[in-house]
Design a protein around this ligand. Structure first.
Ligand code: COI
Length: 358
């Protein structure tokens, strides 16, 4: 058990009143969790303090070489007012995998879950009430040594911040437009694609900016070797329904092992769909489209939940999926996933982790 020191704010902020205008990731709650790591001492000094800016050396290593990792999960308010998390154990397991890749000292996963629950319970009044909203939880670790040489740091901060949020995409559950990236790559064999680390997101910005110029919301990344096989979108994993079969790219090391991805696969299997995790080329998708067999495309992610894809642009070819409408499997997954998360459906998978009663 972590011994968490708590310092409450003397100046609590106004909570948002119009939950339809929350957007994603702009607003932060009154408190944050912090813990330090120092070589020789390990992780220590767990505390919850008023939310505020950090004092960091301009030479802090995270600012120069990107030694950082992060996670994303959510707290949901159920109809009876209680607050619950969705598979936090999976997030902290993945966080330790990311730590290992980025040579950051790992944490005790139970301690991380405890810290999350204590912080969320303190901030329970910040968990929004409206349909489709949640409290987004962002744990992260940064290297803080003031040093501009390249080596793993000796000092780190593990922090958790909270943000009441609505839909990730401004389109909500309406289909998004995705641009298949042909020039840039996100991840390569032996790289960091499977880890949740800043570099994977920084590298995606150029492609995303160019996609935005063409009025596409997100980029679909192809593999970094042949630019042939589909990998992921960057803010979400991707699924295709071809001739009734639910297909998602297999985890080859350059794809993020999404928790919503894993949950969507488990739901589909339980409901009896034919499911495969395999390499799938963009040519195969275009061929299925031409043959009228590309039934649905959707993304999965903590922030994105289930996000139907209405248009896929690959070079000059524009594929309009399911008449730019949400398809039956995407809708079923959205309803099942959010039904469990918001406590409207029984949690037959044992995924929910209660924070506090209403
Ligand atoms: C999440 O889905 O939680 C993520 O971390 C994706 C992020 C780009 C918003």
């Amino acid at each position: 058990m972590l011994d968490i020191r708590i310092e409450r704010t003397q100046t609590p902020k106004e909570k948002p009143t119009d939950e339809s205008k929350l957007g994603f990731g702009h607003i932060f709650t009154d408190h944050m969790f912090i813990m330090n790591y120092d070589t020789g001492e390990g992780w220590h000094d767990a505390r919850i303090v008023p939310y505020g800016d950090l004092t960091l050396s301009p030479a802090a290593m995270c600012l120069h070489y990107g030694q950082e990792i992060f996670e994303g999960l959510k707290a949901y308010r159920t109809a009876d007012g209680s607050i619950q998390l969705f598979r936090p154990d999976e997030n902290y397991k993945r966080m330790n995998v990311s730590c290992d890749r980025m040579v950051i000292p790992q944490l005790n996963e139970e301690d991380c879950i405890q810290a999350t629950k204590v912080l969320v319970e303190m901030e329970k009044d910040w968990v929004p009430h409206s349909e489709g909203t949640s409290l987004y939880i962002r744990p992260f670790i940064i290297a803080t040594d003031p040093y501009v040489g390249v080596r793993p740091a000796d000092h780190y901060l593990f922090m958790i911040i909270l943000s009441p949020s609505g839909a990730y995409y401004s389109t909500g559950l309406n289909p998004v437009k995705i641009y298949v990236e042909k020039q840039y790559v996100r991840a390569v064999r032996g790289g960091t694609g499977f880890a949740k680390t800043a570099a994977n997101y920084a590298i995606s910005l150029k492609g995303q900016a160019e996609a935005h110029e063409q009025d596409y919301e997100q980029v679909l990344w192809l593999d970094g070797v042949e630019q042939k096989y589909v990998e992921e979108v960057g803010s979400m994993n991707i699924f295709f329904v071809i001739d009734g079969e639910v297909i998602t790219p297999k985890l080859t090391g350059s794809v993020l092992p999404g928790i919503t991805r894993k949950s969507a696969l488990e739901i589909c299997k339980k409901k009896g769909y034919k499911v495969s995790e395999r390499r799938i080329s963009i040519e195969e998708i275009a061929k299925a489209y031409d043959e009228g067999k590309l039934d649905e495309v959707f993304g999965t992610g903590t922030a994105a939940v289930i996000s139907p894809v209405g248009h896929l642009k690959w070079g000059d070819k524009i594929m309009t999926i399911n008449n730019n409408e949400i398809g039956p499997i995407s809708q079923m997954l959205y309803d099942t996933m959010t039904g469990i998360q918001w406590g409207k459906l029984p949690d037959e998978f044992g995924w929910v982790c209660k924070v506090c009663e209403g």
